[in-house]
Design a protein around this ligand. Sequence first.
Ligand code: ADP
Length: 169
Amino acid sequence: MIAARIAVYPGSFDPVTYAHLDIAARASRLFDRVILGVFDQPKKQLLFTTEERMALLREAIADMPRVEAQTYNALTVDFAHAMGAIALVRGLRTVSDFEIEYNMAQLNQTLDADVEVVVLMASRRYAHISSSAVREIAGLGRDPVEFVPPHIVTALRQKFAQRGSGTQG
Ligand code: ADP
C-alpha cells in the first residue's frame, strides 16, 4: 500500500482567514491529508486562546474533507515528523515574507532534512489579508466580512465586546 502523503500547514491562526483557507484548500489538492498545526504559544500576543483558535478553525474547515486541525507545542519540524508529514506548507505574500520564510525553511531543513518545505504563492484575491489586519479592523469597530468567515466575525465581535466591558479573555 502506498503511504498517505501528509502535509502540515503551521501557523497561529489568530484567527483563521480566507487566505489561510485558500492555502489549505490548494495544499489539499497536492497532498492526501493536510494538518493545520495551531501553534499553542507563539511569541506574539494572541487575541484568541488556543482552544478558541482551534474551535474557530475546525468550524472553518468542516467542509474540507482532507483538511484537519491539531494544536502543537513543539518545534514545527518535530510536530510534522510526529504526524508522519513529508512536507511543511507555507504561504507567501510579499518579498518581506520571502526573507523570513527562506530563513525558516533553511533552519527547518537543517533540523530535519526529511520534511520538505513547500511554499504556495498567495492568491491575488487574498494576498492582502492577514490575521493582524483582521484583529485591527475588528478592534476598531468594523466587521471584517471580506476577510474571514461569518462565525469568525461573530467571535471577533464577542471578543471585543468582552474586552470593552473589562472582562479578560
Ligand atoms: P504566523 O506564521 O506568522 O503565525 P499566520 O498564522 O498568520 O502566520 O500564517 C500562517 C501561514 O499562512 C504563513 O505561512 C503565512 O505566510 C500564511 N499566510 C497568511 N496570510 C496569507 C495570505 N494572505 N496569503 C497567503 N499566505 C498567507
